[in-house]
Every structure is written in C-alpha cells, then in structure tokens.
Design a binder for this molecule. Structure first.
Ligand SMILES: Cc1cc2nc3c(=O)[nH]c(=O)nc-3n(C[C@H](O)[C@H](O)[C@H](O)COP(=O)(O)OP(=O)(O)OC[C@H]3O[C@@H](n4cnc5c(N)ncnc54)[C@H](O)[C@@H]3O)c2cc1C
Length: 391
C-alpha cells in the first residue's frame, strides 16, 4: 500500500487550487448571503458553478474524452473532491446524474443514450434525480413494487418513489421498475423517464431543517420509451448495484476535508468565547481532531486500493459508518461547546454558509440513513469483513 501522492498528482492539485482560487471568487459565499435568494434561485447559482467546472474540464473527469472526461485516475478524482470541499465550493446540482447515472450510461448504456444524455447532463441543461427508494422499499430495495407494463412498443410506469433528492428541480429521473412480478432481482428494469409529462407528479417534502430538497414522485401510467431502457429488460438490479458502487470510492478524501473545515469553525468559535484554554473543552476538540485523522487514514487506505485496481469492497462500510456517525458527534460537540452562539448568525458563519450548527445538527442524521443506513453497514461489516456467524 502506497499512501504518498506522486509528483504529477501534486502538480494536478496545485493547478486545481489556483483554478479554484481564481474562479470560486465569484463568490459563492456572497450569493448565499444575499437575502433575495431562496432555494430556487440558489439552484441557479449552483447550476452556474457546474457550468464553470464543466468548461474547465473538472466534471466527469474519469470518463473517456469522447464523453466529456479526460480519463483521469481515481486519485485525481479524489483530489478534486477533497479540494472542492477545502475551497468550500457549492455542490453541483446534477451530482446524482454525474456521480451515478453518467458512469452507468458509459458502462451499460447505448451509444445513442450517451450521445443524447451526457452532454446536457454535464452542462446542467438537464438535471437528473434518482428514483430507487419507495415508501415500503428502502434498505430492502429489491422488494420495490413500482411497475412498468408494456404499452405497444413502450412501457407505462405506475407506482411511487420517495426521498427523491433534487426531484423538485429535475427534468429527468432514472427509475427502477418491476417488469416481472415473479422474479425478485431479474424482474427489475432501469428506465430513463422525463418528468415533464402527464402521469408524473413530484411533491416537495419539507425537511426538519426547513429546506425541501426532496420530493415524493408519483407515476400514474407515465410513458417510458423502450429506447430509454438502460441495458436490457430485467438487468436493472445488476446495473443499480454497480451504480451504487460508484457512490463509494472517490469521495473517500472528501469527508475528512469537509469535517476539518467544520472543525476549524468550532475552534474559532471556542477561541472567541474564551473557553479554548479549558481542559474539558480541549479534550473534546482533541478527540474530534484525532478521529478526523483516523478517517483520513482510512480514506487513504481505500484510495490506495482503488489506485491498485481493486474495488472498494465491504471495507467501504467502515468508512461510511465512520464519517456519518462522526458528523453527528461533531455537530453535537459544536452545539455543546458553542452554546447559544451556535444558534446565532455570526460573521464567521456567514463566511462558511454550511456552518449553521443547528442546521448541521439536524442534517447530520441524514448521513446515517442514505447510501445504506448505519445498521445495514454494521450488518455488512459483521458478515463480510468480520465473517461473523449469522446464526
Ligand atoms: C438525505 C437522503 C437522501 C436520499 N436521496 C434519495 C434519492 O435521491 N433517491 C432514492 O431513491 N432514495 C433516496 N434516499 C432514500 C434512502 O436510500 C433510504 O432512506 C435508505 O435506503 C433507507 O431506507 P428507508 O428510509 O426506507 O428505511 P428502512 O429501510 O425502512 O429502515 C428503517 C430502519 O430499520 C433499519 N433496518 C432496515 N433493515 C434492516 C436490517 N436488515 N437489519 C438491521 N436494521 C435494519 C434501518 O437501519 C433503519 O434504522 C435518501 C435518503 C436520505 C436520508
């Protein structure tokens, strides 16, 4: 295992940092501070940022050049994610399209689908969301019951999806739907479905944080065209599993970078309220700093494996559980140490818009649910890493 970055990788990081310094100056922080912005207009700010990244060749970097990428290594992709968090860049609005669907189209889609969808996905001309989870099918996704029935040459989709991130702003949704009720895994097909059509309705869900980033998506005989099936009929489960695998890996260095930034916000706040010298305060901060280092080491281990051509494997569950549970501990510690100050809008918090600790405390819960809940990760670790007996 080699945990050192090469000279070329360090050069890539340097170029990227200077590009970020020159281009993120727009500045995002001013935009979010602008009281005239609501959730809708912030999506437009994020769309503009996505276009800047795309024009500079920083989106879909690992993809072949013919599809807008530059065949970048997994290490360069991980460096990009790390530096974007360090620079406190906004998240692009089409992250589900780019992180999940794009690679799925490159590996499993038709030439026609790639030509039709990838350029508009990268340019944020069409925003994508993911229609996998249903009210009765989350962790046990294969139990999904949304169905696609043949209608002449094409299909009609009926059913309900839930927790559709970015659903309220999306143009297209990639949907897992049942084409065979008898075959649990082989009866699932992967469809690309336009949202703006009769028979599709997206209703926003207001979250505990006050935002409504999610939707519930209802299908009532919505048209899904045959040429918009990814892979073959009945291959949806296999494709979905590879798609979810893309979620892991290149994000591995992003979490420690993100939480390090948050940590400096807590330390700054504690310094300001004059308690930084207290032993109990220092101990709590030291614990977070050490845990962040552990997270980074874990991330480097995964990255080294990926760079050696291995798949993330069940060990990635250790990382998932670590960063998501850490996020909860960090926000709880921040509220504890900063007290009422954590609820105030201070200059420092303006400068780092995510650092509304009350919001972060509430939002951190979500990380232990999406991409496989902590309980599911523990099951995976028990069975596939520790090989514990199931009975
Ligand atoms: C922020 C966020 C964004 C999301 N975005 C999307 C999206 O864009 N598209 C999409 O399709 N979905 C999305 N989801 C849904 C997400 O994939 C599901 O919430 C997740 O799979 C869990 O399913 P569930 O909510 O139905 O909970 P359930 O599966 O019903 O679980 C309920 C509880 O039971 C526990 N549990 C379940 N099974 C087991 C088991 N076998 N052993 C032990 N404990 C178990 C779980 O850990 C949990 O605590 C999102 C969720 C969140 C929180």
């Amino acid at each position: 295992m080699d945990l050192a970055f090469t000279t070329e990788q360090e050069a890539f990081r340097r170029d990227l940092k200077s590009w970020l310094a020159a281009n993120l100056a727009r500045p995002w922080n001013d935009e979010i501070r602008n009281p005239s912005h609501d959730e809708n207009s912030l999506v437009e700010v994020r769309r503009a940022w996505q276009r800047q990244l795309n024009d500079a060749g920083y989106l879909g970097m690992g993809w072949p050049a013919e599809w807008g990428g530059r065949g970048a290594s997994v290490v360069e992709q991980a460096i990009l994610e790390e530096e974007l968090w360090r620079a406190d860049a906004p998240q692009v609005p089409n992250f589900l399209g780019i992180d999940l669907l794009g690679p799925a189209l490159i590996h499993h889609g038709s030439e026609e689908q790639r030509r039709r969808f990838i350029p508009k996905m990268l340019a944020a001309d069409e925003i994508w969301c993911q229609g996998f989870s249903e009210p009765g099918s989350g962790s046990d996704l294969a139990s999904l019951s949304t169905r696609a029935e043949p209608d002449g040459e094409h299909f009609r989709i009926t059913g309900q999806k839930v927790w559709t991130t970015f659903g309220p702003w999306s143009d297209w949704i990639f949907v897992l739907a049942r084409t065979d009720a008898e075959d649990r895994y082989g009866g699932i097909t992967f469809f690309l479905v336009p949202i703006d059509q009769p028979g599709v309705e997206v209703r926003s869900i207001r979250q505990i944080t006050g935002e409504s980033e999610f939707g519930e998506t209802f299908f009532d005989g919505a048209l899904a065209r045959r040429e918009h099936i990814v892979g073959k009929i009945g291959e949806g489960w296999r494709i979905a599993m590879t798609v979810l695998g893309y979620e892991r890996g290149v994000q591995t260095m992003a979490y420690p970078a993100r939480f390090e930034g948050y940590l400096s916000d807590v330390i700054e706040g504690v310094r300001r309220n004059g308690t930084l010298g207290r032993a109990d305060v220092r101990e709590k901060l030291a614990r977070l700093i050490v845990e962040n280092q552990v997270m980074r080491s874990n991330g480097l281990r995964t990255l080294a494996n990926l760079a050696a051509g291995e798949s993330p494997g069940p060990e990635s569950s250790i990382e998932k559980i670590f960063w998501s549970e850490y996020a909860k501990r960090q926000s709880e510690t921040a509220l504890d140490l900063l007290g009422p100050q954590a609820q105030l809008t201070t200059e420092a918090r303006h400068a780092r818009p995510d650092m509304d600790w009350a919001r972060e405390f509430l939002w951190a819960r979500a990380g232990t649910i999406y991409s496989g809940s902590s309980e599911i990760q523990r099951n995976i670790i028990a069975k596939r890493v520790l090989r514990m007996p199931t009975k």
